[in-house]
Design a protein around this ligand. Structure first.
Ligand code: FUB
Length: 338
């Protein structure tokens, strides 16, 4: 939701209309990546803080330093804060801006994937390992080789293959990459030029590296035409997430400056994905970022908004609400405030 509309919001009224309330109120939390591990819901969010850094289009005011992991017995039960899971000071290669993370599990170990800026100002993605889904996590000494940009999301397919999706525009630096090579001179495409897609690479068996060259995902409209950069209501901006429903792959993502969470459907983890609609209408705050998780046969959308901070865009709170697929596999659009 655009910043300039926030001053007109009556937050008492808005909170009455909100379809869900913040899951965590003792910290600001955002970008919730939810998974069912060991029979419980574990949530891996960003930990928002007020660092007093002026706002800019690069998101410098999102100056997060650490992660906490949260768990819930069910989507209705109390949330447990498992405390500090990883701090930027413990990551040898990272300097600042611990943005949206995700986690995966394999053979009794847990892997936390996270973006951070290095001292040279470039984002890369790192991985940290734990014996518990709650952490604490021990980071690898170097970022994942050939990783770049932000918003890692892991999808583990039925055959055990794990894929890392990533990428985000503007502050996330994706516009500076072509063919996996950084050049600050590259700009975001415009108008009828093809939009940039999120990136994907299969992970190695040990979950610590890319097993292949990073590929760009193609998103098309229902006629097979690649979504264009000027199609701001539908083009990918950041916050990739993949879930599988009835044998199909659903890639969901944020459209950034138009503030929607949209989705597209494909036959393979690599796509191409065909645009299929909106999952979430704009929330209070500029960013929208989510995950989709099945628990006991019911699907849930984890998302965030800035209602608890009364509209401060970098002080967000995670929320959860049921998500419905209809009989054709389409996702029912969620309106966050009735
Ligand atoms: O939390 C920092 C950034 O804001 C995330 O990486 C983006 O997806 C947006 O939610």
């Amino acid at each position: 939701m655009p910043e300039d509309s926030i001053e007109h919001i009556d937050f008492e009224e808005l909170n009455k209309k909100a379809i869900s309330q913040p899951l965590v109120t003792h910290l600001y939390t955002a970008d919730p990546s939810a998974h069912v591990f060991e029979g419980k819901i574990y949530i891996y969010p960003s930990h928002d803080v007020e660092a007093g850094i002026p706002f800019d289009d690069l998101g410098s005011h999102f100056a997060m330093e650490d992660y906490h992991v949260f768990s819930m017995e069910t989507p209705e039960s109390a949330v447990v804060d498992h405390g500090l899971a990883l701090h930027v000071n413990d990551v040898p290669w990272a300097e600042k801006q611990m943005w949206a993370p995700d986690a995966a599990s394999k053979d009794g170990k847990y892997y936390l994937y996270f973006p951070a800026k290095k001292a040279d100002g470039i984002f890369q993605i790192g991985v940290a390992v734990s014996d518990s889904p709650a952490g604490p996590f021990t980071p690898e000494a170097e970022p994942i080789q050939n990783s770049y940009s932000i918003d890692p999301a892991v999808f583990v397919d039925d055959d055990g293959a794990a894929y890392l999706y990533f990428g985000g525009l503007w502050g996330g630096q994706l516009q500076s990459y072509r063919n996996n090579t950084f050049d600050a001179a590259h700009q975001e495409p415009v108008g009828d030029e093809p939009a940039l897609g999120p990136r994907i690479a299969r992970l190695t068996q040990d979950m610590l590296s890319f097993a292949e060259e990073v590929r760009e995902i193609v998103l098309t409209d229902e006629n097979g035409k690649v979504l264009t950069a000027g199609d701001n209501d539908r083009r990918f901006f950041e916050a990739s997430w993949v879930h599988k429903y009835q044998g199909k792959y659903y890639l969901s993502y944020s459209t950034g400056d138009t503030h929607y969470i949209c989705y597209a459907i494909g036959e393979s983890p690599y796509g191409p994905f065909t645009y299929a609609g909106r999952i979430l209408e704009p929330v209070v705050g500029w960013t929208s970022h989510h995950s989709i998780c099945e628990f006991n046969g019911q699907w849930y959308l984890f998302y965030h908004d800035s209602s608890l901070s009364r509209g401060v865009t970098h002080l967000r709170s995670i929320k959860v609400t049921p998500l419905l697929h209809d009989e054709k596999g389409h996702i029912q659009t969620i309106h966050p405030y009735r």
